[in-house]
Ligand binder design. Structure first.
Ligand code: NAD
Ligand code: ZN
Length: 406
């Protein structure tokens, strides 16, 4: 007898609740602060933990990190990994895996700890998600960009085959610890890079944050988000906390309902529609946040040309970007063919739709799916005009800056 129509199947259905914490905790490296010792799920764990440290962080804070764990007689071993985009590779992931093997990482009770910028956080996050098919880890972001953006992210990833973040996973660490004291040593250009993402967050959903950037953005960069000396007139620490806090809260609020990105209409993609290709073509001239800020302006030009926002708002946006040291335009953004090519790739990434987040006011977005070629060309002309009036001129970094860039 034929078995042709006798199909049998079993359906397995399960749910995975996800919960992870991002905590701001001052003086993280003081022996009196016990946050670094605590293991998610409770207690201080048993066994040896691997502490992975960004090379720049190791040079600046390595002694304090080691004396912190020595003071508490904690069983830890160290691995120093380089930051910077070119080190976001699968080879580095395997290096972490080898060290996890050597120290004898347990399934749950010895979560690795990563202290550094977004690059090492992404590398270690991917290693942790692969190791034994996933072990928990703890993240301590030390650049502005990683504190306000990577800190909230569920994603990990490395570059592969010439593509950014081509290999990765969704595996948020149960705990991320933030101390803005680390920003005291972050190069100014890297701080501006992080400001690009804060600027985006302000534009899409937080007018108060935008006003804080207008008023204090330049000062925050100058003082590296640190408390002013008593009696001096620096930006109050409370403002630094509010700016970082609002950026994190805004990001968390946007990501939470769409953590696995099943909905491809994401307002956090603002500033990320045209910039990816420009950023890659400009490499190594532009940092991510710098290209994002330009895309924010480009998208605002589209909105202004459609009458969605007032010309005055556009002017404020451009002025705010300049004030925090982010150039609003770049020659590549005046090249309509390139921008259209970038948009075409973004449409593929958004599964066939433009889903372009565009401002309807400072602090509000809508999504467009019918932005036409003439509109893109018109916005490119606007970027050319901005370039002419750009007091910053070319964005080519000085040799000193180039040395510190990714
Ligand atoms: N997982 C996500 O969803 C997500 C989100 C946003 C960005 N990212 C990734 O983050 C990466 C960018 O992160 P980044 O901007 O932190 O770059 P980065 O990690 O390369 O850090 C920039 C530089 O600063 C150094 N550094 C780190 N902390 C320092 C400190 N306290 N003082 C002095 N120097 C310090 C680093 O060694 C590096 O040279 C990108 O690869 C991006 O794809 C990931
Ligand atoms: Zn970004």
């Amino acid at each position: 007898m034929s078995r042709l129509n006798s199909r049998t199947s079993w359906l397995v259905r399960s749910q995975l609740p996800v919960e992870y914490e991002i905590a701001e905790t001052p003086e993280l490296l003081s022996p009196g602060n016990l946050e670094l010792l605590a293991v998610p799920g409770g207690g201080q764990g048993k066994g040896t933990r691997l502490v992975i440290v960004d090379d720049a962080v190791d040079a600046l804070y390595g002694a304090r990190i080691r004396s912190y764990f020595a003071h508490h007689e904690a069983a830890v071993e160290y691995l120093v990994l380089p930051g910077r985009e070119e080190n976001k590779s699968i080879e580095r992931v395997l290096e972490v895996v080898d060290r996890l093997n050597e120290v004898g990482t347990n399934r749950l009770s010895t979560p690795p700890l990563v202290i550094g910028g977004g690059v090492v956080a992404d590398v270690v996050g991917l290693a942790a998600s692969l190791y034994r098919r996933g072990v928990p880890y703890v993240r301590v972001p030390t650049t502005l960009l990683s504190q306000v953006d990577v800190s909230v992210a569920a994603k990990t990833g490395v570059n592969y085959g010439g593509y950014r973040n081509r290999l990765g996973s969704y595996s948020p660490p149960p705990r991320t610890l933030i101390d803005r004291a680390f920003l005291a040593t972050v190069p100014e250009r890297e701080l501006r890079n992080g400001m690009g993402e804060i600027f985006k967050m302000a534009l899409i959903k937080d007018r108060r944050l935008f006003e804080l950037l207008e008023q204090y953005g330049a000062g925050l960069i100058r003082t590296r988000f640190q408390d002013p000396e008593p009696g001096s007139d620096g930006v109050p620490g409370a403002v630094a906390d509010e700016v970082i806090g609002r950026a994190i809260a805004g990001m968390a609020e946007e990501l939470e309902p769409n953590l696995w990105e099943k909905d491809l209409q994401r307002s956090v993609d603002y500033g990320h529609s045209f910039s990816p290709l420009v950023e890659m073509r400009a490499l190594p001239e532009l940092l991510h946040g710098e290209a994002v800020a330009m895309d924010c302006v480009f998208s605002a030009l589209i909105a202004a040309n459609r009458g969605l926002i007032a010309a005055g708002d556009l002017g404020r946006i451009v002025a705010a970007a300049r004030r925090i040291g982010l150039a609003p335009s770049h020659p590549l953004f005046t090249d309509a063919d390139l921008v259209l090519e970038g948009l075409a790739d973004t449409v593929r990434h958004r599964d066939g739709q433009q889903n372009l987040p565009v401002l309807t006011a400072i602090g509000e977005v809508c999504f467009l799916n019918d932005v036409s070629e003439p509109e893109i060309k018109q916005a490119c002309e606007g970027m050319a005009e901005l370039l002419e009036s750009d007091s910053f001129g070319s964005l080519t970094p000085s040799p000193a800056e180039a040395g510190s860039s990714r």
